[in-house]
Design a protein around this ligand. Sequence first.
Ligand code: SF4
Length: 755
Amino acid sequence: MAFDIDMIKKVYSQYEERVTAARKMVNKPLTLSEKILYTHLWSGNATEAYERGKSYVDFAPDRVAMQDATAQMALLQFMQAGRAKAAVPSTVHCDHLIQAKEGADKDLARAKSESSEVFNFLSSVSNKYGIGFWKPGAGIIHQVVLENYAFPGGLMIGTDSHTVNAGGLGMVAIGVGGADACDVMAGLPWELKFPKLIGVKLTGKLSGWAAPKDVILKVAGILTVKGGTGAIVEYFGDGAESLSCTGKGTICNMGAEIGATTSTFGYDASMERYLRATDRADVADAANAIKGHLTADPEVYANPEEYFDQLIEINLSELEPSLNGPFTPDLYTPASRMREEAQKNGWPTKVEWGLIGSCTNSSYEDLARAASIARQAVDKGLVTKAEFGINPGSEQVRYTADRDGLLKTFEDLNATIFTNACGPCIGMWDRAGADKQEKNTIVHSFNRNFAKRADGNPNTYAFVTSPEMVAAIAISGDLGFNPVTDTLTNKNGEQVKLDPPTGDELPTKGFDVEDPGYQAPAADGSSVVVEVSPTSDRLQLLEPFAPWEGTDLKGLKVLIKAKGKCTTDHISMAGPWLKYRGHLDNISNNLLIGAVNYFNDKTDNVQNQLTGEYGAVPATQRAYKAAGIGSIVVGDENYGEGSSREHAAMEPRHLGVRAVLVKSFARIHETNLKKQGMLGLTFDNKDDYDKIQEQDNIDIIGLTEFAPNKPLTLVLHHADGSEERITVNHTYNAQQIEWFKAGGALNIIRANQAK
Ligand code: SF4
């Protein structure tokens, strides 16, 4: 699968010099996270110490990973860069677009036919540009990355929030938007605010029913869904070393649920075992050679309170099996208290489904431990009360688990084996009866359990737990069942108890697979044709945006003055629009339809200044575009917060909006606007927001002398003939001003490629 050992060796060869330079600048011992970040500076050796939580720093990631839903726009943009190949090793993984319904074979065949044009596009564009392509059915992005590409001490970005899973193999791996992935593949630096650091010291050892999942469920209970925001969580201690590599992956994976930038563990024997078991002995050897650099300096772990911004300590020996939920992944309840909590809160205790899988918990060890419970149920004459579904994490895991009889054990309990894909975890689950919206409970080993996530039913109470607990609870059919203390009645009316789970960390006979589902890219992709039908409604090749015309912008109409919160969801809604993520013109029909119009308090209802009539925002903007008239979007505080979705910046650009003027921006969205060649401006005096009137014509003055730190002037021509001038600020640096002038960052990259 062509992991790049030469690239890894090159990264490792720089460690000594770069860590030494960083230690000198920071002037104290370094955490592992700092070592990884400072060795991946775009500029080479550190020349300053960055302020955690404040400094914006350019990094050079080693890899890019993309899943099929987000890869579409990332790659459409990348095609605009004019490069022959991706600048860093990159992969695409088809895992999000496969619905779980009848079982793997039928479900996969249906998905391949329904989304064939998307899969064909991703396959051909990967083939052309030197990108590894993992076909539908090959597995879930993060499991496949852990098995094939993650390496200790590496820096990776991925267009999915659970990219952080690779921290289980000692990486700093971070979820980003498609625009960031595009930049890195195009050879540009990647900017990140230098994170704060949270240390989690693990002592003791898991035993009985407690699993790695219980570590992160506990951490989520402590830190809550926002507690990790802007921070890397670094796990260490004897307890950390006692966990398997995939168990560490589970813990890092759900770091996304506490909002952490990412999570990671220092290189240890479990990682070496995993690397060797997954056919990467050369990576293990290379890592061993610089082992000291792949964990924090000893002083850090000796006195962690001096080096981390926050410190948490967890004794694994005291951890109980637990469940988090419903509706939020940070509501922590140990199994021993679940019956009481469920009664108190009115949570339905009859469990209808137990689902094992997702990138969080779909490793060989996960399936082995859950299967040990399933086997006991068969042997002890128990019948499963709930339905059971399994999504193996990869074809390699599935094939090996099948060879070793684990899947047969689940099937003996009437489990449905779904495709090696996300399935129910991303709501791709055709669950019979979900449309009736009845109150019900499910347990799963996934990471997220927000309302409607798995089956679209707002009344499904979903609880997150370990795979072995999913198995035990599905067998009992009772949310309050605590396998540590409770017994179950078998077919003969006898009381039986389930023994604690057992399972091999790695298959004793080694991993095996016939067809992993990987397509290597063409050595020379220049003759490969990228397949996009001009009549497709899901995919559309991008046209470069037009460069700035070289004059001030005059007579801009106010498309909308958004009132209050305006997130990327308000600007570019998700849900049914997801299927148009690869078709800019079609998805632009959701432009700002969630934003509230300040002038009438309605959503998706603005006045068309050409006709005086009220209508939908996208249609109104299309009318301005057709008339060759520019427009401006006005917004409130923290405009564009939420996701890093680049569509929220591309759509207004595509439809002819010329500027976005707000009280303040969410930073990622502001950067995305700049990348697309759009003007992102802020009121110098926030009260000037009140001066913008519905029928204003607005001029933006000063663009011919557009320069860093130099405000621009807006002239507001009101409908009554009066005129006001206001000052607006911007944060464009010299390079970003060039992006604006060229019509977007990609236009510059392409021009440079052509030279
Ligand atoms: Fe995201 Fe779930 Fe797929 Fe993981 S399994 S990548 S959390 S949708």
